[in-house]
Design a protein. Sequence first.
Length: 162
Amino acid sequence: MKPAKKSTQKSPKSTAATAKKPKGFTDEERVAMRERLQELKADARRDRRANEADGESAVLAKIAALPQPDRAISERLHAIIKAHAPALTPKTWYGMPAYAKDGNVVCFFQSAQKFKARYAMLGFSDKANLDAGTVWPVAFALKELTAADEARIGALVKKAVS
């Protein structure tokens, strides 16, 4: 009878796998989530009329704090949205400027700097009335705004709240 051989097979866990950081939220995402939690707590403490006034000032403060060129783009978007959809209420959403109807975010601006992205973004939520067929865009990359871009955004925002 032969003696039993010891197993030389390695365990499934390797040292390389344990040295890696677990994937999860980035630091920027964690900050955005904390900002959202603070927004929800502040909303719960205020009445609706105060929310509208506070929302406008909060959005303007966030815009003013943005680095260029995101600040210039966000300022123009704010003006376009206010002109084409005055029924939307400015508010912050995950620490970024957003615009809501009946308390639901319809569109929002996402700074390129906040998430270290190549471009800023104008996004629309599922509350926006942009449905067209079976596929339609709900987010737009923004590097700069031309007059044609501003007209297109104005039309999209107007349609989103129709």
